[in-house]
Design a protein around this ligand. Structure first.
Ligand SMILES: [Zn+2]
Length: 501
């Protein structure tokens, strides 16, 4: 546990009665250094009498003017920013943190299927081995077929015409995202540029309330480049983050590419998994993406998929400046970990995989190799740059569900007791940083988002309970009270998503 965030010290505030500031970690966080609130325009929104977790230390209140945070500190200090037109919200002890960011979703892709709002709300279903087995077999079969065509799963791209229905479906989705406290989502491999065009139109019409960062699928990259849609292009609401490549399959169906054969063979697929991206093509694709100005991430689950990806990154002189990433990173021996650290390659992990994959990982990998799998605490301790996400709609979007799973490594049904590979549990502040400040870093936004501090964009989540102090097995029961994005109230609760069967 981070020493600054122990239960006691997190709530201790200094100088509450006097012109006191806060127990924040750095001097830059302190309200004392801010401009005189009486001199200019007042805040539009002041949240006070709560526990404001800046990402580092805590305060009592936060003031927002326009799109940005203007003050963080004690109630006394921050309330000086309030004027006649300011909306004051008495938090009554509620928690405010940086808005949650999800670095790996397929939200836009799901929206394009025209589903209703319930499709985005988390539903807890007890595990059904028979159903899960069949679903893995179908996925694996799909991987075999794609590989037989000499393709990767992200090779096919489209650019459908924008329709009103498409735009409405995207708005239905964003409503649910906002309610859950999520302020920024990354689309991990968009295959239809029509949806990106629709989002740009919606931003123009001022209809967006959460932020969309888009990684186009490899099959869309050339056309996106022709349209000028490359990394960094966009606005406060929609931005192109980069491109997604795809090196291997998944662990459940035994199609992720391993250096040594799987320990079991339930489906009869190739014993070392499926490598979609041969080395030569990987080298070439990475070079092309760099040439066109795209930040790169690559799906790689098995150690062989990872190795090919790292080879390709190194072949193209990857450096920490690039902030290239790898999605999933599930089977990673020390040699690969060291190479990722050297290149500053970001591990993009999925919080809920900490419990979902316990069902099959040991059978697939064997006990020995399991020590090198889902080793997220090892990775953090080794100072590998990391970021968190969900992989919605494979997993629930709700970030609190993911937090509970990654912190307890126990499924909602209580299995396994004591947690799966409990030595790899993350503590709450570390896990929250994966979906706030570290996610901002992975998207080149760490200077202005991902923490609550003066000057930053006001992307905030308000929760009734304090995730830093409640029992970890209650995290998923947290009540969302408010979501603020770019200073605008995107959703108001209370709403919660208790995982009950
Ligand atoms: Zn995914």
């Amino acid at each position: 546990m981070d020493s600054r965030m122990t239960r006691r010290s997190a709530l201790v505030l200094t100088g509450t009665a006097a012109a006191g500031t806060i127990a924040a970690g750095r001097p830059g966080d302190q309200a004392d250094l801010q401009a005189d609130p009486q001199a200019g325009p007042r805040a539009d929104l002041v949240l006070h009498s709560g526990v404001v977790w800046t990402g580092d230390g805590t305060a009592e209140a936060v003031a927002v003017r326009g799109k940005r945070v203007v003050a963080v500190g004690s109630d006394h200090h921050v309330l000086r920013w309030a004027g006649d037109r300011t909306r004051r919200v008495d938090l009554r002890g509620a928690f405010v943190g940086p808005g949650f960011r999800d670095q790996h979703t397929h939200l836009i892709t799901r929206a394009l299927t025209g589903v209703g709002p319930e499709a985005y709300r988390p539903v807890y279903k007890p595990y059904d081995e028979k159903e899960a087995f069949e679903s893995r077999r179908r996925t694996g079969q799909r991987h075999v077929e794609i590989h037989a065509r000499g393709e990767t799963p992200v090779d096919v791209g489209a650019h459908s015409p924008v329709t009103e229905k498409m735009k409405n479906d995207l708005l239905v989705m964003q409503e649910e995202v906002a309610k859950q406290g999520v302020t920024t989502v990354v689309e991990a491999g968009l295959r239809d540029l029509g949806a990106l065009e629709a989002l740009f139109q919606l931003a123009e019409e001022d209809k967006l309330k959460v932020r969309f960062l888009v990684r186009v699928a490899w099959g869309c990259m050339e056309e996106a480049a022709k349209l000028g849609w490359k990394t960094g292009v966009g606005n406060d609401w929609v931005k192109v983050l980069g491109v997604k490549l795809y090196s291997d399959g998944w662990l459940g169906p035994r199609t992720s590419a391993l250096r040594r054969p799987y320990a079991d063979d339930p489906y009869g697929f190739p014993r070392k998994g499926i490598l979609f991206l041969e080395q030569e093509r990987a080298n070439r694709d990475v070079a092309r993406a760099r040439e066109l100005g795209f930040n790169i991430t690559t799906h790689a689950i098995g150690d062989r998929g990872l190795k090919v990806t790292l080879n390709a990154y190194e072949h193209n002189d990857v450096s920490p400046r690039d902030r290239w990433a790898i999605e999933h990173v599930q089977v990673v021996e020390d040699d690969l970990l060291e190479r990722m650290i050297r290149g500053g390659v970001i591990a993009s992990i999925q919080l809920s995989f900490a419990t979902s994959d316990q069902r099959f990982a040991e059978n697939a990998l064997g006990r020995d190799r399991l020590r090198h799998a889902y080793r997220w605490r090892d990775m953090l301790r080794a100072r590998l740059p990391m970021v968190g996400g969900t992989d919605f709609d494979i997993e629930a979007l709700d970030p609190m569900w993911g937090l509970q799973r990654v912190v307890t490594r126990t499924e909602f049904d209580g299995t396994p007791p004591g947690g799966w590979r409990p030595d790899q549990r993350l503590d709450v502040p570390a896990a929250m940083r994966l979906i706030t400040s570290r996610a901002a870093f992975a998207s080149f936004e760490e200077r202005e988002r991902g923490t609550v501090e003066p000057g930053n964009y006001a992307d905030l989540v308000v929760l009734r309970e304090n995730p830093l102090t409640i029992p970890p097995d209650r995290l998923a029961f947290t009540t969302r009270l408010m979501t603020v994005v770019n200073g605008r109230i995107a959703a108001e609760g209370p709403v919660s998503y208790p995982p009950t069967a």
